[in-house]
Design a protein. Structure first.
Ligand SMILES: [Zn+2]
Length: 52
């Protein structure tokens, strides 16, 4: 069985984290690692947009 596609199907575990960029509290769908900076959706897309 495999779920693919679908926005509101199946609960997704969210983890609270602090954005390394704006220091805002945000939630990420993955477990944040201590040695890895976590970015909120806003900053993440921002970095993706203007990276390199
Ligand atoms: Zn941020």
């Amino acid at each position: 069985m495999g779920y693919q596609g679908g926005f509101s199907s199946g609960p997704r575990e969210m983890h609270k984290a602090i954005c390394a960029e704006c220091k805002k509290e945000c939630e990420v769908p993955f477990k944040p690692k201590e040695d890895r900076p976590v970015y909120c959706k806003d900053c993440f897309s921002k970095r993706k947009d203007s990276g390199r």
